[in-house]
Design a binder for this molecule. Structure first.
Ligand code: PLP
Length: 488
């Protein structure tokens, strides 16, 4: 027993679990030949006492060693190092084989340009100062609560069913929870059958476009609009028609004129808050869009990606809450409510659409991440998500005001912007400098910010960018605007 006590050194402060420390020490001894095939190991109680740890820890260690094939339990005799150890002895090659380089190109052609290309996300150094496109502050996420829920989904027998294959629509528990939440907070008169869980809003837009569009179909988007949604529609071969966007959002008269000229199949709109310009579509325009959709029988994608973040008044209820004809596909996400890395979003639509879109999803994604979905449902149920929203809305309002005041004081006429009612970014036009140059110069001074290129459409150069204020605290904003001011 002394021997075991000597070579199994337990460090209670180490990151490695204690039972794994026991496992690793025993494997090392077996590998070194100190513990030979057939050697008897002490009983779990005996070893636990010698190491001053709990017996269950030794049982867990022995279970792990047995699962890995190092030891075996012989009833009424004890635990032994196995006869056939699981190590793979390296075979000697007679002659070293020539190592051929891995090909850098495929032998067959791929039409890279056929699908257009999405802007590549720049992943900056975590310590860098970044003005992003309007993303949440990941430091504020209730990570501990999420991990606690995930751990309990992993451990509790009641949740075992979610470790297996499930439905492409998502787990019923989250669908029901979300339907209740959207009914109570956004006035959507829906049930679980109207909700499908996706991996973010992007998947919702993609599946909807794939389901509805074929080459030559007519799609309406704003000028300018969310570039990824436009690209997704273009990928189907549909034709994009752009209508102006003013300070109240998409221009409905222009939509009507288009409807009179062309057979519109789909309209993509972000009523709350428009991307990239952040403006909010007023109720009258929403109602007129719904009337047009009913008259001309086109579908509307209502992308409500940041509904929770409205600062001046209560958010306007989604168009979906007033849709009595079945025109609107409502798309939402937790990417802004929590963090983008939790790929949970949703589609709300009439039941026939949900069934068809779930069937389509099966082709590319058998189902979502059920364990994460259950953990998220629990966070809705126990109020964590609502509390988090209340907390960050107050904080982001303060950050928005500080950021806008800084821009007014320090950048003056060099930029023009309107304080956004909601969202996480300020749509900022650079009036007398080329934004690409400002952005390049800022990078040399340690500030990463957009050069505005991704918002440009066709021949229009807006020389503008969404400047995300939510992810920077007040001191970081001070530094960022100071650097920006020195770059003109
Ligand atoms: C307008 C808009 N819609 C959809 C998305 C995609 O969100 P998700 O992360 O849920 O896919 C974004 C992402 O920023 C967005 O800005």
């Amino acid at each position: 027993m002394l021997l075991f006590k000597d070579f199994i050194q337990i460090d209670k402060d180490a990151d490695t679990a204690i039972y794994l420390q026991v496992v690793n020490a025993l494997i090392q001894q077996i590998r070194r030949g100190q513990l030979r095939s057939g050697s008897k190991l002490p009983g779990s109680r005996e070893l636990a006492e010698a190491l001053s740890i709990h017996r269950k820890t030794i049982v867990a260690a022995y279970d792990e060693l047995m699962a890995q094939g190092w030891i075996e339990m012989i009833p009424r005799k004890g635990t032994f190092v196995v006869q056939d150890l699981p190590e793979i002895k390296p075979k000697k090659l007679k002659q070293p084989e020539p190592v051929l380089p891995y090909p850098s190109q495929t032998i067959f052609t791929i039409q890279e340009n056929r699908l257009g290309s999405f802007p590549v996300a720049v992943i900056p150094d975590p310590k860098a100062l970044v003005i992003n496109d309007g993303f949440p502050d990941t430091r504020l996420v209730p990570t501990e609560s999420l991990l606690r829920e995930l751990r309990s989904v992993g451990r509790q027998t009641a949740f075992r069913q979610y470790h297996m294959y499930g439905n492409p629509e998502g787990t019923d528990y989250l669908r029901e929870t979300l339907a209740n939440f959207l009914r109570e907070t956004r006035g959507l008169p829906i049930s679980a059958a109207n909700a499908m869980i996706t991996r973010g809003a992007q998947m919702g837009i993609y599946l909807t476009a794939q389901l509805l569009l074929k080459p030559g179909d007519q799609v309406v988007v704003g000028e300018s609009s969310y570039f990824a949604a436009t690209l997704i529609c273009q990928q189907t071969g549909a034709q994009i028609n752009r209508v102006p966007v003013d300070e109240y959002g998409i221009d409905v008269d222009s939509v009507e004129q288009l409807c009179k000229k062309k057979r519109i199949r789909l309209l993509y709109v972000i009523p709350h808050h428009h991307h990239p310009t952040t403006v909010t579509l007023p109720p009258e325009r929403r109602i007129r869009l719904l009337e047009l959709a009913a008259t001309y029988k086109f579908a509307i994608i209502e992308d409500d990606y940041d509904y929770d973040f409205h600062y001046t008044s209560n958010p306007i209820q989604p168009m979906t809450s007033l849709d009595h004809h079945g025109s609107v596909i409502y798309i939402g996400t937790l990417s802004k409510t929590l963090v983008p890395a939790i790929r949970v979003g949703f589609i709300v639509a009439p039941e026939n659409f949900i069934q068809a879109v779930a069937n389509l999803r099966m082709a590319i994604d058998r189902q979502g991440d059920s364990m994460m979905e259950i953990a998220i449902a629990e966070l809705y149920q126990n109020g964590t998500i609502s509390r988090h929203i209340r907390k960050v809305v107050n904080l982001y309002r303060e950050r928005r005001d500080h950021f806008c005041a800084l821009m007014t004081d320090q950048l003056g006429d060099r930029v023009s912007f309107k304080i956004p009612d909601g969202g996480m970014a300020v749509w900022t036009k650079f009036t007398d400098s080329d934004l690409r140059q400002v952005s390049a110069k800022a990078a040399t001074k340690g500030l990463i910010m957009s050069d505005g290129q991704r918002y440009n459409t066709g021949s229009i150069n807006y020389n503008a960018a969404r400047l995300g204020f939510a992810s920077l605290n007040l001191a970081e904003q001070d530094r960022a605007i100071e650097i920006m001011a020195s770059c003109f």
